[in-house]
Design a protein around this ligand. Sequence first.
Ligand SMILES: [Mg+2]
Length: 406
Amino acid sequence: MRVCVEAEESGAESAGPRCLAVKRERPKSKDRPPEFSPKPGSSKITPPATLEHYRAAMLLSGVGDAIGYRSGSWEFNQSGPAIQRELKELGGLKKIKVELPDWPVSDDTVLHLATAEGLATGKTGEELLHDVAARYVEAMKDMDERAPGNATILGVSQLRPGEEGGYRVAYNPRGTGCGAAMRSMCIGLRYPKPDQLDTLVSVAVETGRMTHPHPTAKSFVKERGHAVEETERDWDFFCDKWQWYLDLRGISNGVGPVVWPSSYGPAERDKVYNSFNPWGWGGSSGHDAPMIALDALLAAGSDWEELMSRAAFHGGDNDSTAVIACCCWGLLYGTQGVPKGNYSHLEYRDRLKKSAELLYALSHREAAVLTTSFAGVESWEADGGGRNTEELRRKEIINQSHIIIV
Ligand SMILES: [Mg+2]
C-alpha cells in the first residue's frame, strides 16, 4: 500500500478514473479464460459454504497476502512480468513454502485478523465497534516489516476505543487507499445471509471509516449523520467506476458472458489493472483492490495457480488484491489444488483458522452444532473442501458482482 499512501501524502486530488480502451474481442491465446454464460438467479442453486470453506477463506487470504507481499519485494515491484520471472526462478508457485522468515504476512492479514477476531467475539452494535477499534490499535504494534499504509496509521492514531464516539475519526479526503477493503472480507463471513445485509453494511461502513472515508452506502451514512456532506461529495466516483468495470466485462446485467481483452497476459494485465486506479497503481485504492480480485476470480475459476497469477503476480498493490481474491477463492473452492507448502506453515495460521471457526459458528449456529466441535481439521485440507462445482461458482461470482452495483 505504500505507493498509494505516498499519493495520499502528496495531497493530490483524485484525477478521476483513467481508463484504457479495451477491445471487446475474444481472446486468442492461452490467456483466454474459460467460457461460461450463467442465467439470472443462478446463485439460488449454489451449495452453501461449509466450515471447511470458512477455514480455507481465512487461511488462503493470509497466503495470498504473504506471497503477494514477499517481504515487500513483490508488493513494491511494479512489473508483473518481472515478478513472474522471479517466480519461475523460484521453481513456480508449487515450490513456495510460505513460512517465516522469508514469507511473513503483511499489514493486510494483521488487520484482517483484527476485524475477524473482533467479530468472532459475538459482540454487536457500538460494543463491537469499540472492540474492533481496540484491536486495530493493538494491531499497529505488530507492524514491523509489514508495510502499513499511512492512512491506516493516521486513522488508528485517532481512535479512542472505550471513550464515547471513540471509534470514529475525522473524515479524511486523502484516505483513498485500500486499507479498509483489504481487512473487510470476514465481515461477509460473519453476516452471510440476505436478511443480515443492513448489519453487514453498518459494520463494513463503521469499521472501514475508522481509517478510510467511505463514500458508499449513502443512505446508511445519512441515517447515522456522521460525515454526510463529505460522503455525498465523494459519492459518485465509487459507483461510476464500478459501473464502468461491470460494463467493460459485460456483466452489468448479472448474466454475462464475461468479455475479455483479445490479449490479457501479465504485461497487458498490468496496464489494464493500472487503468482501474486514479494513481496508476492498480489495486491501491478501496474501489479497485476488490475490482482486480473480481477480475482474477472470474478468469481463474478453480485453478489456484491461475488465480495467483492474476491476483498476486502483477505490478500493482498485489498483496491487497491477493488477500481479497484468495479469501473469496477459499470460500468458493476450499483448499483444493493448493500446494500444502503454500499454507501449512503460514504465519498466524492458527489464529486465522480459529477465527474462521468462530465466525462460522456465529453465522451458522445450527450447522455448527452438527460439526462436532470442529473435528477433523486436517481432513478438510486433504480433500480440499469438496465444493468444486466450478460452473456454479462462476455463476455466483457474476451474480454477486452485479449485486455490488445494484
Ligand atoms: Mg500489505
